[in-house]
Design a protein around this ligand. Structure first.
Ligand code: ADP
Ligand code: MG
Length: 397
């Protein structure tokens, strides 16, 4: 689960991380009061979307001379005008994809005097099964680009969970970032606070880009991006409350309400499968036969008829879906339940695209019977490759 920059900064502030003072604005009328509460003489007006690259992004139907989603204002009035301009419009960055994201919240922040922009991130490194720090002197820009062009400018190391974090790690970061004198001490404290926040709140990723050295020599987190481990959210009511559902794919949102493991993809074949491994194999074989999966969907082991119906509705609500493949191995899951759910869903939402069903395992005969008796135009398949071949043929001809 991701949160907005202003929420991330509030959380980091509570952990003693230096951030700027700012106000979030949901309606243009609030902008003047919000900006007036800040000191000036420089204000930064920042579009809040769950994507980076806002500064270099551009708005759809941008007016001449209009700049990206992070703008500097020299007066309260200018900050207000910029807020009005950005709210409700669609911002496209290299992370949003061409469709962009609608800006529903603006963060107005005190401007900082920047000496240098640095990069610092913490993430769960699956390779080492540890929390890793990534740091670079090349802050403020796309870290992927730095990694591709000048990988020697990135230092990465992981923390042994048994011995935990010590001042040594903080000094190592400070050295890599080229910090000097009192900044080293600040960096040690910063690294400690970030690590504590990361562990206590079950984060997956915490990225400060840029971390700045100000002209007065002090450090500050000027941007903050946080992703939390979705499987641990139940332990953090405070974090769950930060969820902004308008930022999420509506199909994935519906799926999460029914406890379905669903990820939207770009292809044309909708998949309904039980078990993550079988779902992966199904996606692979669709590709092998020359098409692309429209989603990953694992309905789980103990799916009910209602859950299957909901899953089917989510698949058919995707306009890119040109065919559906149901591939179920009934172990704990029974094939007749899947068949009933599929038929119920088809009766409710209709079937505009070809549907191939492959059932195997517990109650397979009853399942097949239910589908045959339904009178619906369902293509039966005997095994995985047969199913994939049939659905790709039905879609591509
Ligand atoms: P994004 O990464 O989405 O582009 P950032 O918050 O990193 O957004 O802002 C982009 C750039 O804007 C920063 O690298 C920095 O140069 C400048 N900037 C952002 N916030 C401030 C601020 N409070 N004061 C001064 N400059 C800022
Ligand atoms: Mg940034």
């Amino acid at each position: 689960m991701n949160i907005h920059e202003y929420q991330a900064k509030a959380l980091l502030r509570s952990y003693g991380v230096p951030v700027s003072d700012g106000r979030v604005v949901l309606r243009a009328e609030e902008a003047k009061t919000a900006a007036g509460e800040l000191d000036g003489p420089l204000w930064v007006v920042k579009a809040q979307i769950h994507a980076g690259g806002r500064g270099k992004g551009s708005f759809k139907e941008a007016e001449a001379g209009e700049k990206g989603g992070v703008r500097l204002a020299k007066s309260v009035e200018e900050a207000e005008a910029m807020t009005k301009q950005m709210l409700g419009r669609t911002l496209v960055t290299h992370q949003t994809g061409p469709a962009g994201k609608q800006v529903n919240r603006i963060y107005i922040e005190d401007g900082s005097d920047i000496e240098t922009e640095l990069y610092l991130a913490l993430l769960v490194d699956r390779g080492t099964s540890r929390v890793s720090f990534v740091c670079s002197t090349e802050g403020g820009m796309d870290i992927e680009e730095v990694a591709a062009k000048t990988p020697e400018k990135i230092l990465s190391f992981s923390v042994d969970p048994a011995s935990g974090l010590s001042d040594f790690h903080g000094r190592r970061v400070a050295f890599a970032l080229g910090l000097k004198g009192p900044q080293v001490k600040q960096c040690v404290a910063l690294v400690k606070n970030l690590y504590r926040a990361f562990i206590e709140k079950d984060m997956e990723m915490l990225e400060i880009n840029p971390l700045i050295v100000m002209t007065d020599g002090n450090l500050k987190a000027l941007d903050a991006k946080i992703g939390f481990d979705g499987n641990a959210i139940y332990r953090h009511a405070d974090i769950a409350a930060l969820r902004d559902e308008t930022e999420e794919d509506p199909k994935e949102l519906a799926a999460s309400k029914y406890d379905l493991n669903y990820i939207a993809l770009d292809g044309e074949i909708g998949c309904m499968v039980n078990g993550a491994g079988l779902a992966m194999a199904t996606m692979d074989i669709i590709k092998l036969y020359g098409a692309e999966p429209a989603n990953f969907l694992d309905v789980g082991g103990g799916a009910t008829k209602e859950k299957v119906t909901e899953a089917f509705k989510i698949i058919t609500s995707d306009p890119n879906v040109k065919g559906i493949l149901v591939n179920i191995f009934g172990g704990i899951m029974r094939c007749d339940i899947i068949a009933e759910g599929t038929i119920a869903a088809v009766k409710e939402v209709g079937l505009q695209v070809p549907l191939v069903v492959r059932l195997e395992g517990t109650n397979v005969e009853q399942g097949k019977q239910i589908i045959n008796d339904s009178g619906l135009n369902v293509i039966a398949a005997d095994n995985l490759s047969d199913a994939a071949e049939k659905i790709v043929k039905a879609v591509k001809g």
